[in-house]
Design a protein around this ligand. Structure first.
Ligand code: NAD
Length: 487
């Protein structure tokens, strides 16, 4: 078994207890991982707090921080194959995707490397002749970053990149379900030359996360995960009034009009719901298709779904690997059962294949006769598509917005004017038109409602890790006038 360690205060350690990490393709333990207790969390936060206030890190210029991030980006790129293999082994995500995603993770670090010395303050043309007033953008402090098991290297890059560019220090908690990629990534952080305590990486379950969020020295909690966990996190943050940014799940509409290029729409829908076995927060899990093309579209989609190659995630020809955990598969089966009991009709998939591993096939549920089925409201986080039909634009918009979530959306149409009307009307953090699941370090990413708040990616994300200090400097040598009047 491979052995992984925590990275705290610049040193690797085995933690106070250990557990086996399971390979989702076989269900067998393949790696030994540490599990942080409250005392480990305390030490990690103390190290991050020390590094934030004392030593080398607060004295580094922004350009020097950028250079460290650039080095990290190069190391991620050089180590991409190993990182991809570890992520595939630990999460079941197919190797084709982990490879491509990790190569792109390096671009996120590069983007924030370049941004580090562009986070500027401002000078105010103040309305008092004897004053100079300016604003300093300062790092907010220690950041607690908490990520789920899917796309851990990516979801931590969108937190570490901007936080480090801004000058913060970080305690990153990897998911207990598949922490190996981030624990390995810690080696690259060390090799890049970040001072001890600037980045600390550990893992553990809810109690570890809770201890981290409740710590009085944590200034900002950057969380990606489910809405129920987010509620615990916000409650924990209330004690110290620490900031939060929450990237949660979705029930994103994928809308296909009868004038769309159907071949493209089918491919995008396959990418939107079956890629990564549907374990994607932006999964286009609600297909809204215009009634006049429903049969044609579902026939093409069903054929493509049935031809998807499910298999070992480390094979280059595999298109869909196993789910990350058996628990996740249990949740999906339960949600399908509750939905079919309310009238949703299984059109494809739905059955657990025989054999080892946590596999689940591409599945389609027709909900035309079941508008209240839970599969239209609750996130599967699996390869399950719920289908509804609409007759006109107004109904499409009504159904698209009939959700407590608001993360992503897709619109397929060849009408430019309709596309603009839909872009305006959809309530979601992302609208993709005639494409789906595209990302870039330059583009903000986040949602509304149960999908959370705050944005990752882009300049705004780096500013989120800063606080403004207003400086007043009196330029007059004359004595201060009447001290009882506010000036
Ligand atoms: P989860 O909410 O169960 O766990 C996420 C992380 O929170 C894990 O590291 C877990 O250990 C930690 N955690 C659990 N309880 C905690 C507590 N009480 N206090 C602090 N931390 C705690 O999510 P999951 O099942 O691992 O991941 C799936 C969810 O993540 C889905 O809802 C998915 O949509 C969401 N997600 C969102 C995005 C996005 O960017 N919006 C991206 C990927 C995944």
């Amino acid at each position: 078994m491979q052995v992984f360690q925590h990275y705290i205060d610049g040193a690797f350690e085995s933690g106070s207890c250990q557990s086996g990490s399971l390979d989702p393709a076989t269900g067998a333990a393949w790696a030994l991982i540490p599990m942080a207790k409250a005392a480990d969390v305390q030490r990690a936060v103390a190290a991050a707090d020390r590094a934030f206030r004392l030593g080398e890190w607060p004295r580094l210029t922004a350009s020097a921080r950028g250079k460290l991030l650039l080095k990290l980006a190069d190391l991620v790129e050089a180590e991409a194959q190993t990182l991809a293999e570890i992520e595939t082994r630990d999460t079941g995500k197919i190797i084709r995707e982990t490879r491509a995603q990790i190569a792109y993770v390096a671009e996120y670090y590069r983007y924030y490397a370049g941004l580090a010395d562009k986070i500027e303050g401002a000078h105010l043309p103040i309305d008092k002749p004897d004053m100079e007033v300016w604003l300093r953008r300062e790092p907010v402090g220690v950041v607690a970053a908490i990520v789920p098991w899917n796309s851990q290297l990516f979801l931590s890059a969108v937190k570490l990149g901007p936080a480090l560019a801004a000058g913060c220090t970080v305690v990153l908690k990897a998911s207990e379900d598949a922490p190996a990629p981030l624990l390995h990534f810690a080696r690259l952080v060390q090799a890049a030359g970040f001072p001890a305590g600037v980045v600390n990486i550990l893992t553990g379950g809810p109690a570890t996360g809770q201890a981290l969020c409740a710590h009085p020295k944590v200034a900002h909690i950057a969380f990606t995960g489910g809405p129920e966990t987010a509620r615990h996190i916000v409650r924990a943050s209330a004690e110290n009034l620490s900031r939060t940014s929450l990237e949660l799940g979705g029930k994103s509409p994928f809308i296909v009009f009868d004038d769309a290029d159907l071949d493209s729409a089918v491919n995008a829908q396959v990418a939107g719901i079956f890629a990564a076995s549907g374990q994607s927060c932006v999964a286009g899990s609600r297909l809204l298709v215009q009634a006049s093309i429903k049969q044609d579209f579902l026939a093409r989609l069903g054929a493509r779904a049935q031809s998807v190659k499910m298999g070992a995630p480390d094979r280059m020809d595999t298109e869909i690997g196993p789910l990350c955990t058996d628990r996740q598969r249990g949740r999906i089966l339960d949600l399908i059962a509750r939905s079919t009991a309310m009238g949703a009709r299984l059109v494809a998939g739905g059955e657990v294949p025989e054999g080892p591993g946590y596999y689940f096939p591409p599945t389609i549920l027709d909900c035309t006769a079941a508008p209240d089925a839970p599969c239209l409201r609750e996130e599967f986080f699996g390869p399950v598509l719920s289908v509804q039909t609409f007759t006109d634009e107004a109904e499409a918009l009504h159904l698209a917005n009939d959700t407590a979530y608001g993360l992503a959306s897709g619109v397929f149409t060849n009408s430019l004017t309709r596309a603009h009307r839909m872009i305006r009307g959809i309530r979601a953090g992302i609208v993709w038109v005639n494409t789906y699941r595209a990302v870039s370090p330059l583009a903000p990413f986040g949602g509304h409602g149960l999908s959370g708040h705050g944005r990752e990616g882009g300049l705004a994300a780096a500013l989120d890790y800063t606080t403004v200090k207003t400086v007043w400097l009196r330029t007059s040598d004359a004595p201060i006038p009447d001290p009882f009047i506010m000036r």
